[in-house]
Design a protein. Structure first.
Length: 283
C-alpha cells in the first residue's frame, strides 16, 4: 500500500513494500528549551538549522510540532511551516492534537503534508477527521481510545480498525491512514516491545496499511539507547512498519542498512549514496 506526500516539487512515497521513510523528529519542543524559546520569541533561525541538519542526515519528511504552553500555536505553526517550506523543498508532517493548529499549518503548507495525529478517542475523531477531509491529506492514527492504551495487541488492532472505518465514512481512503501501533518504554514494562511487535503483525495481516512509530520511545530511561533503537527498528521493519519518526542524524544509517538487508535497495545504491554523503560531511 502506498501513501503519497508532496512538497512543492518532491514526492515521498510511504510504501510497506519499499524503503523505510525517515520522518525527522527534531522540530519538537518537548525537552528542548532552546526550541521552546525560539517559538516563544518567534525567531526561527534555530528551527531552520534543525531542519537542515536532519535533511543532510537523510530525512525524507520533517515533523513540525510547536506545542509550547502559552503561545499562539495556530499562528506559530503557520509561521514555522512557511519558514521551513521557503527554505527547504521537503514534505512536512504537521504534529498537533489541536484542529485549529493543524488547519492553520495546512492552509500554508505546500503540496500534500502528513498530519500527526488522530486516535480512537471520540473527541479526537470528531475534531481531527473533518480537518483531514477538508484538506485531503493523509493522517497518522494512534491505537489509543477513550479507555486509554491497552497492552493487548487485539485491542490495539480493534482501535486501528475503528480509525480506518471512521475515516472511510468521511471519504478518507485507507491508503491515507497510516497507523501508529505505539512503541512504549521497555524500561517501564519489559513486555512492551513484544506487545508492539504483535500489534504490528496483526495490523499488517488484517489491513495491510502503512505503519509508523516513534521509534526512540522504546528505549526511554535506559542506557545505550542507540543499540536498543537500532535493534527495534530492524525488528519492526521486517514486520510491516514503513516509516519511522526518529532522529535521522543517529539512525538513518541503520535504516539504510535495514532496507539493504531486506532487499529494498537495488544494487545497494541508497546505502552507498548515504555512506558517501556522511563521509563527505564528516570530512
Amino acid at each position: 500500500m502506498k501513501t503519497y506526500l508532496r512538497s512543492n516539487t518532491k514526492t515521498v512515497t510511504i510504501d510497506n513494500e519499499g524503503p523505510i521513510t525517515v520522518i525527522g523528529e527534531s522540530i519538537n519542543p518537548t525537552r528542548r528549551r532552546k526550541l521552546s524559546d525560539a517559538f516563544s520569541d518567534r525567531r526561527y533561525d534555530y528551527v531552520l538549522e534543525l531542519a537542515g541538519n536532519q535533511l543532510q542526515a537523510g530525512a525524507d519528511v520533517l515533523d513540525i510540532n510547536v506545542g509550547v504552553p502559552g503561545i499562539d500555536e495556530p499562528q506559530i505553526m503557520r509561521e514555522v511551516v512557511t519558514a521551513v517550506s521557503e527554505a527547504y523543498d521537503v514534505p512536512l508532517c504537521l504534529d498537533s492534537p489541536n484542529p485549529e493548529t493543524l488547519a492553520a499549518g495546512l492552509a500554508v503548507a505546500p503540496g500534500r503534508p502528513l498530519v500527526n495525529s488522530v486516535n480512537g478517542e471520540e473527541r479526537a475523531l470528531s475534531a481531527i477527521l473533518p480537518v483531514i477531509q477538508e484538506f485531503g491529506v493523509p493522517v497518522i492514527g494512534l491505537v489509543i481510545d477513550d479507555n486509554g492504551l491497552s497492552m493487548k495487541p487485539e485491542k490495539r488492532l480493534a482501535i486501528a480498525g475503528k480509525i480506518i472505518n471512521r475515516a472511510g465514512q468521511r471519504g478518507i481512503p485507507i491508503e491515507d491512514v497510516v497507523i501508529d501501533p505505539l512503541a512504549m518504554a521497555v524500561g517501564a514494562d519489559h513486555t512492551a516491545g513484544q506487545v508492539t511487535l504483535r500489534t504490528i503483525q496483526l495490523i499488517h495481516e488484517e489491513f495491510g496499511v502503512n505503519m509508523t512509530l516513534g521509534a526512540s520511545n522504546v528505549s526511554f530511561g535506559l542506557p545505550d539507547r542507540q543499540t536498543i533503537n537500532q535493534t527495534f527498528l530492524a525488528l519492526v521493519a521486517q514486520m510491516g512498519v514503513s516509516a519511522a519518526i526518529t532522529n535521522p542524524v543517529k539512525l538513518t544509517s541503520t535504516i539504510r542498512a535495514i532496507d539493504l538487508l531486506l532487499g529494498r535497495d537495488e544494487y545497494s545504491m541508497r546505502f552507498i549514496r548515504h555512506f558517501r554523503a556522511m563521509k563527505k560531511i564528516s570530512a
